[in-house]
Design a protein around this ligand. Structure first.
Ligand code: WTA
Length: 649
């Protein structure tokens, strides 16, 4: 290990940390040697309404994938996040809400949050929502979103949060898939000084004639904008809350009762509804939140993720609240009104722990030290990173400029499917290497396999798999268990396949190298190439499209598109713009192509499979070493594409 790459745990951090290296080693070993004993011990951090009978009954056998934790136990998520804290910390702030516009914020105590959640749970019941019903939440980052999610858990309804940046089209697809009967939204969202027409989007989504399930839309007034009102269907949040009871008892839910669905992109087909269940998810989110962020009572903790993503579920909401923490919920974006916004919020609320994404870090880094100009930053103790590999340059900038060379950085690797963080440093235990997610969390058994599934030993590189289950793992894809098995358990039999590649160094540290499948990671958002392609071919002028990721300074990956137009349509700059807008409308702004190249033909094998390997190289101007192209159906298209690419650059 070369010394200059290594950042040992700072002395003063180590003294007060929850877990030091020796404890990490010990606990990790115990969690692998005796998972049942380890997790039974950890389960005491939750309040149970009925004890579980068995800790773990899990199978990764691809003929019978079946994952159960804390079998036959009963508990309630909202009771664990709220009720049990009331005696000790009812008046402590649970959520600090910071609005898009600086100067506007709200603090909500555990007692207040408990009351609002009770009331809204009562509202949901009165609206006919029952256990097991799916409620779609399409909301901005406002406290009412947290209230809505927790209220669902209180009565055993399953929430499906759809990121408020998604288009009506994308929203409709998700509602259709999970057959929600109720949608919760706001009149408008506010983000970066602009309004997002959420209610208009919901109205438009619900014009989809295939959607027959939705009976109610509950609307929170965020901006007071004029909106269309459908008397038979729409209800005002404030009016309903005024009529509701102050107390609603938490329903005892089975450990394995579905808790939420979160749609995410895969390499094929439409987004899949990743399903998480009650006990294992909550326990895992709470445990990782405490140890990975070394959370100590009273501290202000801030995860910048939107609740529309899994990071917002586990680490803005459930993990922190289960631990009785004070969590910051920020409506806006890091560079509004200007690039100092994050630093200002940190000072304003005395944030100790900041958890954000490399894309935000890079966008601040682009302006040098301007992001921290005039800021104090002395409240910070720990930094975190998530969502994509953090390049060493961004790591160093984050460490020195935001963390003042004082705060450790936890680079946390995980996925929507994993429910919580799997590979990460523990800040009091792990010496850091910039760019490495370092070591597995308790109970997590990563392995690297070659393309045939052979487990590789020692310092090496391969496909990242997990050998055994952990409590936070997704249990299924909503309504399609077969697809779940197919996607995660068939590639390398007997293991969970992550879709990521990784390298393990001589110290056993993991370095995530990125996706090995056709999934892009644009600004930390997962996107299937297939999704963007199917949006494009839905345009009347497009015959065929192929999408590849290309390196992008700020976004990590950019979206590069090859488009074949139908016979007789002439390529033009105007059409290019139209297609960009089209994809925005079909999926959402995050899917906007960065570059569109006209392709008279695409390189395909004789069996018709598009050779993305070739397209990826051409997109970055690597015209040499394209490999054997003689097996292509029409080898000539490659030269045409190269010429077109040259002409564009
Ligand atoms: C990538 C986000 C490198 C990875 C929590 C994974 C990362 C995908 C890291 C999941 C990290 C996430 N280093 N890559 N620290 N964290 N990824 O489902 O490719 O939105 O498979 O979950 O993001 O994205 P998802």
């Amino acid at each position: 290990m070369s010394a200059e790459q290594l950042y040992p745990v700072p002395q003063d951090f180590a003294c007060n940390a929850l877990i030091d290296d020796e404890q990490y080693q010990q606990m990790y070993q115990a969690s692998i040697d005796d998972p049942e004993g380890f997790w039974a011990g950890q389960a005491t951090r939750l309040s149970w309404m009925r004890p579980f009978r068995k800790v773990k009954r899990t199978s990764f056998d691809d003929h019978n994938v079946d994952i159960n934790w804390f079998v036959d136990g009963h508990l309630n998520v909202s009771a664990n996040c709220l009720d049990r804290h009331l005696a000790e910390r009812g008046d402590q702030v649970a959520i600090i809400w910071e609005a898009d516009e600086p100067g506007e914020s709200r603090s909500i105590t555990y007692r207040e949050l408990h009351r609002d959640v009770c009331r809204f749970a009562d509202v949901l019941k009165r609206q006919g929502v029952a256990q097991g019903d799916v409620v779609t939440i399409y909301m901005p980052m406002i406290p009412e979103a947290a209230v809505a999610m927790l209220a669902c858990t209180r009565i055993g309804a399953v929430h499906s949060v759809v990121f408020a940046g998604f288009s009506p089209e994308a929203l409709a697809g998700r509602i259709l898939d999970c057959k929600s009967n109720l949608v919760i939204t706001a009149d408008e969202g506010r983000r970066g000084g602009r309004s997002i027409p959420l209610k208009v989007n919901v109205d438009e989504a619900l014009t989809n004639p295939e959607i027959k399930s939705v009976e109610r839309v509950i609307v929170v007034r965020r901006t007071g904008a004029d909106i269309r009102w459908h008397e038979h269907r729409d209800r005002d949040y404030t009016v309903l809350m005024e009529q509701a009871d102050d107390f609603c008892p938490p329903d005892p839910m089975d450990s394995e009762a579905p808790l939420f669905i979160l749609y995410t992109s895969g390499s094929t087909g439409k987004p899949k509804g990743i399903m998480h269940t009650t006990a294992g998810y909550l326990l895992y989110a709470a445990l990782t939140h405490q140890y990975v962020f070394d959370y100590q009572p009273g501290e202000v903790y801030w995860c910048t993720a939107d609740i529309g993503w899994v990071t917002g579920h586990s680490y803005t909401l459930y993990g922190p609240l289960a631990n009785g923490a004070t969590t910051v919920m920020f409506e806006g974006i890091p560079n509004y009104p200007d690039v100092t916004r994050l630093a200002q919020i940190i000072d304003k609320h005395k944030v100790s722990i900041l958890y954000t994404a490399p894309t935000a870090i890079r966008s601040m880094m682009a302006l040098g030290k301007a992001a921290v100009e005039g800021a104090d930053g002395s409240s910070l103790r720990l930094l975190g990173s998530v969502g994509e590999p953090i390049n060493p340059e961004a790591w160093h900038w984050y460490y020195e400029t935001v963390g003042q060379s004082r705060c450790p950085i936890v680079d946390t690797w995980w996925q929507t499917e994993t429910g919580g963080i799997l590979i990460t440093p523990l800040p009091g235990a792990t010496a850091l290497k910039p760019g490495s997610a370092t070591r597995p969390f308790f109970g997590v058994q990563p392995a690297l396999v070659d393309n045939l599934g052979n487990v590789l030993e020692g310092a090496t590189e391969g496909n990242l798999v997990l050998l055994d289950s952990w409590p936070g793992q997704s249990r299924s894809i909503w309504g399609d268990h077969e697809r779940f098995v197919e996607t995660y358990f068939k590639t390398f039999k007997g293991t969970y396949f992550t879709g990521d590649g990784a390298r393990r160094d001589e110290d056993g540290y993991y370095w995530i190298t990125g996706r090995v499948d056709d999934v892009l990671n644009v600004s930390g958002h997962r996107m299937g190439t297939a999704e963007v392609e199917s949006a494009l071919v839905a345009h009347r002028h497009v015959a065929e499209a192929a999408v590849v990721g290309v390196p992008h300074d700020l976004k990590g990956q950019g979206i590069y598109v090859y488009v074949t137009l139908i016979e007789g349509v002439e390529p033009s700059e105007q059409l290019r713009q139209e297609l960009r807008q089209w994809v925005r409308r079909e999926i959402g702004p995050i899917a906007t192509p960065d570059c569109i190249q006209w392709a008279p033909g695409l390189p395909k094998t004789r069996s018709g499979k598009i050779m993305r390997r070739i397209l990826r190289k051409i997109a970055v101007g690597e015209y040499e070493g394209l490999g054997d192209i003689s097996t292509l159906a029409e080898p000539g298209v490659v030269e045409d594409l190269i010429n077109e690419h040259r002409a564009m650059m």
